[in-house]
Design a protein around this ligand. Structure first.
Ligand code: PEP
Ligand code: MN
Length: 342
């Protein structure tokens, strides 16, 4: 259910409504909008008795939300959510016309590799650096990531280069460490429906970058985001990274049509990962252009200082020159759409 407050409702009236909702054993999620606050109510198994809430001071109306996702929905918040990521050099915004480019290697392999790649990512103009310290790999014999020492390398990159750090948590144990060291917690495609991980990420106060599962429908994707938000963490960034299809000329099929579909249903920002979405280095630049043109709020791109020596995903990692070109072109395309890269 959704409680829409009157435009002039006071903080105290909003607080009283939340307290009343919670007295029923339900959870209240006040979501401020530009004109008025809406309060999402979750936890109810059936219809809630609306009468008492509708009578309260400051309440405009109570609306039953029929969609399975509630907090994620535009019904609760009409305007785009802007996720603000704190970095040593100031805030980076994603959503609401602000576009961000996140670059870095698939995995943190060594301090040297991470530093060399960070230097080129920064020189190209990106303000967010991503690298995996924990890698979900198909084979148990493949490089699994450096673990906490990898997170420490990322922390050093953060202080040396001033970029915000995005890194993946693969389970509840790694999430605790990732929360401590990173600015954004990534949840990978294989974990999109790891509900206990989603709930734990929802209890943190760091933004969550949620990748679409490789066979997830749009509803399943949005419901995964709902898990995070239902725990009180409203800073979710969705990420399209390609889905499995019969197509055999790419690693995955990048589903760019999901961007406008998400935009019409949800206020959350959505970015695109053309690296996993194609699996091929030469396709990353053209699909990045297309992603910005179709309205994505950002790009997540694998960049490596020596892709041919990468311990994971070298085939889809691009080099410095191409990354520089990618940002320059994304900037131009974004500007045509009255958006800006930060
Ligand atoms: C990654 O981002 O390196 C990764 C493993 O991606 P995905 O979860 O989309 O496969
Ligand atoms: Mn990868």
């Amino acid at each position: 259910m959704l409680i829409v407050m009157q435009a002039h409702a006071t903080e105290e009236q909003i607080r009283q409504v939340c307290l009343r909702v919670e007295s029923f054993g339900l959870k209240a999620h006040p979501i401020p909008g530009s004109i008025r606050t809406a309060i999402g109510v979750t936890g109810n198994k059936g219809a809630v008795e609306l009468g008492v809430l509708e009578q309260m001071a400051g309440v405009a109306e109570c609306i039953a939300v029929s969609k399975p996702y509630k907090l994620v929905s535009r019904d609760i918040k009409e305007e785009d959510t802007v996720v603000r990521i704190a970095t040593p050099l100031g805030e980076v915004a994603i959503g609401g016309g602000r576009v961000a480019v996140i670059g870095g290697p698939c995995a943190i392999e060594s301090p040297e590799q991470a530093r060399a790649t960070a230097a080129l990512v920064k020189a190209a103009g990106a303000r967010l650096f991503r690298g995996g310290a924990y890698k979900p790999r198909t084979s148990p014999y493949s490089f699994q990531g450096l673990g906490e020492p990898g997170l420490k390398i990322l922390a050093d990159i953060r202080s040396e280069f001033g970029m915000g750090i995005v890194t993946e948590a693969v389970d509840n144990e790694s999430l605790e460490l990732v929360e401590r060291y990173s600015d954004v917690i990534q949840i990978g495609a294989r974990n999109m429906q790891n509900f206990s991980l989603l709930k734990q990420a929802g209890k943190t106060r760091k933004p969550v970058l949620l990748k679409r599962g490789m066979s997830a429908t749009l509803d399943e994707f949005l419901m995964a985001a709902e898990y995070v938000m239902a725990e009180g963490n409203y800073n979710v960034i969705l990420c399209e990274r390609g889905v499995r299809t019969f197509s055999d000329f790419t690693r995955n099929t990048l589903d760019l049509a999901v961007i406008p579909a998400v935009k019409s249903r949800s206020h959350l920002p959505i970015i695109v990962d053309p690296s996993h979405g194609t699996g091929k280095r030469h396709k990353v630049l053209p699909l990045s252009r297309a992603a910005i043109a179709v309205g994505a709020d950002g790009l997540l791109v694998e960049v490596h200082n020596q892709p041919d020596r990468a311990l994971s995903d070298g085939m889809q990692s691009i080099l410095a020159d191409e990354f520089t070109q990618l940002i320059a072109e994304a900037r131009q395309i974004a500007a045509v759409l009255n958006r800006s890269i930060n």
